[in-house]
Ligand binder design. Structure first.
Ligand code: SAM
Length: 208
């Protein structure tokens, strides 16, 4: 790296008072103990919509498994594409590697497999450290991933159609998590250490 590019990388812009307040407020509500796993979700519009909801409920990091090769690129510019600035995505090409990463961080893994023995979303404790796994638009959560799940949840449906769009299912589930976590006071005090807050603040300031 030459001195010019080093200077550019080291430079931290000074944020306006409003922006500084906004960043610190958002960081104080981040939920490092809640995450989403997207397994072989192909439609970029679904992926970006899910990331946008993750940011909205305070998710910091998500896990993306793609065992099926390159996915199609989104046409045009999305309004939700900026969500990937604020939510870090970890990418995996193997289910096993992703599960290993989640288990190392002590996440309980809950699949959303559309089976009759699944527990209702509304009967599950989402205030625990939990990773919610959402499956492919056509085939759902894979048979490969299911044995690793600690539980299986379903959003109740009483209509003619058997499943929701995956980004809708993610939003419904994450907003139930937000409801439970709000009631339990999870958004009242920051879950990040000062050092973590400053590190993320700096990286956001550089991107803003
Ligand atoms: N035929 C697929 C199946 O049997 O799983 C349907 C997949 S659905 C269109 C895509 C994903 O959205 C599912 O894998 C699941 O993650 C989520 N999903 C859709 N409806 C859901 C529901 N009622 N409860 C929980 N998750 C749901």
């Amino acid at each position: 790296m030459n001195s010019g590019s080093r200077k550019k990388a080291d430079y931290i812009p000074t944020l306006s008072e409003n922006r500084d307040k906004k960043f610190r407020n958002v960081l104080s509500k981040r939920q490092p103990d809640l995450t989403v796993v997207m397994e072989n979700i192909h439609d970029p519009h679904n992926i970006f919509a899910i990331m946008r909801t993750c940011d909205a409920v305070g998710i910091m990091e998500i896990y993306i498994i793609n065992t099926q090769g390159p996915r199609k690129k989104a046409a045009g510019k999305h309004s939700s594409s900026s969500a990937n600035k604020w939510v870090t995505a970890h990418h995996f090409t193997s289910v096993e590697e992703c599960v290993k990463a989640l288990k190392e961080k002590n996440f309980r893994i809950l699949a959303t497999h559309l089976a009759s023995d699944a527990k209702s979303l509304y009967d599950v404790n989402l205030t625990e450290k939990v990773a919610l796994v959402f499956g492919n638009e056509k085939d759902g959560v894979s048979e490969e991933l299911l044995p690793y799940a600690d539980g299986n949840i379903i959003i109740p449906m009483v209509g003619q159609i058997q499943s929701l769009n995956v980004s809708v299912a993610t939003a419904v589930s994450l907003y139930e998590a937000l409801r439970q976590r709000t009631a339990a006071g999870h958004y009242d005090a920051s879950k990040l250490s000062e050092a973590e807050t400053e590190e993320i603040y700096t990286s956001w300031a550089k991107k803003s």
